[in-house]
Design a binder for this molecule. Structure first.
Ligand SMILES: *Cc1c(COP(=O)(O)O)cnc(C)c1O
Length: 465
């Protein structure tokens, strides 16, 4: 049936990959020299590559495989739906049962009066929807100039032109003429790296206060919305000080600014509740969802919208949508995923057992001599690698070099852990057993030992001034 199978030798697969496949966020030359790692199958929390090596996947793919790999129920939901109605659109006053059922289910799970769903094919698309939706909202209310969206440096909201502009990654803005106009970035609440001598509490207030200052500087009649991840994910799993979100909420309330919570990572149990907004006490007008919505089994995203915004948008013809908005197969897969998360008590268990168990072990990594902090909420955590924990120092050598070495040691020891600069991050499947968590943390400790030894040997444990 297929011309290229798992059974081709790895080197051949790698050569074909390098010849024809352009990878996201990858240096093609380096990839061609090294050869891509070919993942052939996965079950539970374990990946297998084309050479038969197993890896514990502490990243749940790309933050998304919340229920773990290999759930037949989702494959069956997809097959059943594809036989019955593989595709129909939701444009021009048509609908179908999977889109209706998933929208209703999301309205039930989402907090407050977030009762309306606009579907997309990914998180990036959903955030593009949000840009147009909040601007259209204010235009419909007679304030078309109220079109600036405030975001944060080092935020990640996707990689399309719109969502990449919302994001605050400068290395992304350098390519392709980003950001689009009328997006403004304030500083991130990253106390460990940027807090200096202030306490975390003071720092949280200072960084949140930048939102109020920006609203005043830009003019409240110009600012449409503020967008943020409850906990920054791709930026390095940065957990804000406790003072941060209450102050952000106060400011959004005071000035009547729409608040968009980008729940693409934090949603669907990652932080120990259905949404990061529940965990952190945020009351957004719109939530962006994707990733864990289908546990990555099918590409789907969406915006979950409050009554007030939905009413205004529904009062006009919102000239926006994607061919695959509310795609029946992806909706059926997402519904089945939500059923499993709910009926098997997986989200509840993150709060009552799996999260606390992982957290206790994870925080123990802070004792390692290479580690500056090991914060974690629910099942998303990070560790800061540092040559001098007491001073919260950066490495004098290339930033990210230590993180990259650590990631390589992880891979060699059967663990997938990502690095963002010199921060290691995890976001494992929510279904990990206690013994799998033990293995994860043991392998992380081993990788830290090996990284420390290598850094010492190469004379790279110098701190930057
Ligand atoms: C991954 C991510 C996105 C983008 O989602 P895609 O499905 O990759 O387009 C948006 N926001 C956050 C917080 C993400 O982590």
């Amino acid at each position: 049936m297929t011309l290229i199978s798992n059974h081709l030798p790895t080197a051949e697969l790698q050569a074909l990959d390098a010849a024809h496949h352009m990878h996201p966020f990858t240096n093609g030359g380096e990839l061609e020299a090294k050869g891509a790692r070919v993942i052939t199958r996965a079950k539970g929390v374990t990946l297998t590559d084309s050479d038969g090596n197993d890896y514990l996947d502490a990243m749940a793919g790309l933050w998304c495989v919340n229920i773990g790999y290999g759930r037949d129920e989702l494959a069956e939901a997809a097959a059943r739906q594809m036989r019955e109605l593989p595709y129909y659109n939701t444009f021009f006053q048509t609908t179908h049962v999977p889109a209706i059922a998933l929208a209703q289910k999301l309205a039930e799970l989402a907090p407050g009066d977030l009762n309306h769903v606009f579907f997309a094919g990914s998180g990036s698309e959903a955030n593009d929807t949000n840009i147009r939706m909040v601007r259209t909202y204010w235009a419909q209310k007679g304030q078309p100039e109220k079109n600036i969206i405030i975001s944060r440096k080092n935020a990640y909201h996707g990689s399309s032109v719109g969502s990449g502009s919302l994001g605050g990654m400068t290395f992304m803005h350098e390519q392709g003429g980003l950001p689009i106009p009328n997006v403004h970035h304030i500083d991130q609440p990253h106390w460990w790296a940027e807090g200096g001598d202030t306490s975390p509490e003071e720092f949280g207030l200072e960084r949140a206060g930048q939102l109020e200052k920006a609203i005043k500087d830009l003019g409240v009649d110009r600012v449409a919305a503020f967008i943020a991840e409850p906990i920054q994910g791709a930026g390095g799993v940065i957990i804000p000080p406790e003072t941060y979100w209450p102050e952000i909420q106060r400011i959004c309330d005071k000035y009547g600014i729409l608040l968009i919570a980008d729940e693409v990572i934090c949603g669907f149990g990652r932080t120990g509740s259905w949404f990061g907004s529940n965990t952190l006490g945020i009351r957004p007008h719109i939530m962006t969802v994707a990733k864990g919505l289908s546990s990555g089994y099918a590409p789907i995203g969406g915006s979950i919208v409050c009554d007030e915004v939905a009413q205004v948008i529904n009062n006009c013809e919102f000239a926006h949508g994607y061919t695959y908005s509310g795609h029946p197969m992806t909706c059926a897969v997402a519904l089945e995923n939500l059923r499993i998360l709910q009926e098997e008590g997986i989200v509840d268990r993150v709060a009552s057992h799996t999260g606390p168990y992982l957290q206790e072990k994870w925080r123990g990594l802070a004792e390692h001599p290479l580690v500056g902090e090991a914060p974690i909420v629910g099942m998303m955590g990070s560790i800061a690698l540092t040559p001098d924990a007491a001073r919260r120092a950066k490495f004098a050598a290339d930033q990210g070099a230590a993180g990259l070495k650590c990631r390589e040691h992880c891979f060699r020891n059967g663990l997938v852990m990502r690095h963002v600069g010199d921060r290691m991050i995890i976001s494992p499947p929510l279904v990990m057993t206690d013994s799998e968590i033990d293995t994860l943390v043991d392998r992380a400790w081993t990788a830290l030992d090996l990284t420390l030894a290598q850094l010492k040997k190469e004379g790279l444990m110098e701190a930057a001034e």
